[in-house]
Structures are given as structure tokens and as C-alpha cells.
Design a protein around this ligand. Sequence first.
Ligand code: P1T
Length: 389
Amino acid sequence: MSRDLTNAGFNTRCVHAGQSPDPSTGAVSTPVYLTSTYAQPSPGVFKGDYDYSRSANPTRTAYEANIASLEDAKHGLAFSSGVASLSAVIHLLSSGDHVVLCDDVYGGTYRVFKMIFDQLGITSSRVDMTDHDATEAAMTDKTRLVWLETPTNPTLKIINIKEIARIAHAHNALLAVDNTFASPVLQHPLALGADVVSHSSTKYIGGHADVVGGVLVANDTELYTRLRFVQNAVGAVPGPMDCFLLLRSTKTLGLRVHRQCESAATIASHFEGHAKLEKVIYPGLKSHPQHELASEQMPGFGAMLSIVLKGGLDAARTFLENVELFTLAESLGGVESLVELPAIMTHATVPAEERAKLGISDGLVRLSVGIEDVADQIADIQRALDAVG
Ligand code: P1T
């Protein structure tokens, strides 16, 4: 029995898309198909897509259909990590091709472009994509891909996806959007003109700090077929147990992210103007330079915020050594609140002078707001700020 979800709302699709009770037993949860291969009645004859689990696995198929539905996309593909999913997109390119990359991206994204693909002849230029003239100027006749994150990691700039899609397409380049920080709850880049969307599903999609994964979604079937070829040929696929955990996680994605956004907004307003802070960066604050655009492009402002401590590295270190509820750790998007220092942790591979240009100062602390009670989150931040001299 498969449900018609054509007109179903987001939370209904979170729970049901890609999944129906098992026809042979009625099992409500999608089984974990712990199998690497499938019996063939005759050479080359197999059931559906299932000949070998790198190519396809039923638990993965259910998860890929679920995530495609949540992004309002035709197709979904799962990978073993977020950098594996973004690398699959870059694998569509050839030596000599050029990429225009937004300047403020996850350090590991910067690393894969600069330290892996650059050596293979796929070059990239980084540009502040809030500046559309600068983005236009960065395009060359070799540019085949434009890559952006919005909100960006960790300075939380908001980039106008529609505008950048227009620029990319005018130059016959694909637009890929890393939607990790917004999650499928707050932003559907395909509807705004993107060709492919990437997520680190380690973050909001997984939501419980227990799985590393990545995902791509696309509407264009030819593009999907090429990406699916890369997925199988390069082979960075998740195992069935990870897909099961991710499917379990997406059931509560809408509930979690809305709660997290609400708390992040409360925390941002509470601490804006605090004596020990140079600033609070949160797209929901009127002081955020792209607040208006964020209001138009996203139905919520996300659950990531950055604070800049007045005392630089020393103050940030003291703050981070004194939080208790917020765990000092890389990653984000889970039910548990996390905090980190990009200059030393997630963005250490970005050269110091580039970090300075981007505003990733040594006093910039990034917070990922979880689902704990907001009063406890605020008390924890206050206690750690009190410890700063
Ligand atoms: O860690 P992995 O699942 O491979 O995802 C990489 C990645 C891709 N895109 C964005 C926007 C990301 O933030 C990440 C991973 N980021 C962290 C680990 C972090 O703490 O920022």
C-alpha cells in the first residue's frame, strides 16, 4: 500500500515519503537491508535496480526518495559524507574547467576545491556573492559551475539564489547550492533556480550527532543520471544502517528545526548589545546586512548564530572553556547545542589572511542551537560570558 503524498504537507512527507509498510509483513519501519549483493535468477537479470549494494540498496532508495520529496525535487542521491556529495558534483567537470565559489564556505569545501581538484586542473575563484557585479566579473568562458552556501559558514551571509542562478545560467554554468545551514525546512534552492542542491546530512537532516552523510537533489533527469553514474563509479555511498538512521531522523526534521530557529532567535536578541560582545551575527536580527533578503528567501532564519567577543582569542578561549550545556565540538544542526571556534577548528585550512578578509576573526565563536530549553541555553552562555575577564 503506497500513500498518495502529492498534496501532502512538509511534516507529512517527513514521516512518510519514500516509505510504506512492508508488503510482505506489514512492518511499519523500513527494514535495514544489510546485504551487499542480490541473487540473480539468470545472469544480468535482477529485481529493479538491485544488482549490487554500491549501485542501489532498498534502505538507501527509501531515504533518497524521502529527501527528494523534502526538497521538492524529482531525484535524490545519498553519499557517505557532505564532502563526498559536493565532490560528486565537481566530478562532473574536466581539467581546464573553472568554478566560481562563494568566499565564505565550510573549510572542508575550500580544501577540496583548493587542495584536491585544483591539482587536477579544475580551478576556482572565490568571490563575495552578496556582490552581484563581482560575481558577474568572476565568470569566465571556462566557468562551468557556480557553488554557493547560504547562509554561509560561519559568517552567516545570505546570498540571493535567484540572482546568482541568473548569472550562472547566462554563462551556461550550473548552479549548485549547499543547503546545509538552512536545511530543507527553510529553503528549497531548486525552486529558486539552482540545478543541484547538496547537504551535509551529518547536520540538520541527521540531527542527532550519530551519522556522517551527504545528499544531492536535482530535478533535471539527465543531470541526475550523470550524478548517479559518479555515485556508483566513485563509490562514496552510505551503508544501509546509516540510511535507516537518516530516515528515522527526517521524520522529526520539521519539528526540530522550527524549535531550533525559535530558540536561536531568542538567544540572538537576548545577547545583542551585550557588553562583552562586539556583535551578534544572526540573519533574523535587523542589524544583519541581508536581513531583508533572508526574510524574503527563507521562512525562518535558521538556528546558527555567531558571536564576536571583544577580547579576541583569549576571551573566546575562556568562553569556550566555560560553557557546559553547549558542547565545544565541530559540526552543527543536532538536537544538542554545540559551539566552536572557526579560526582554530572548522576553518583552520582557510589561510589566516583570507579569514581576516572574511571577518572570521579569532574572537568569532559559532553556536549551533539545539532543542534544549532556551532558558538553560541562555543561562549557559551568560555563565561563560561572566567568566570572560
Ligand atoms: O562533514 P561532512 O558531512 O563531510 O560535510 C561537509 C560540509 C559541507 N557543507 C557544509 C555547509 C558544512 O558545514 C559541512 C561540514 N561542516 C562542519 C563539520 C562544521 O562544523 O562546519
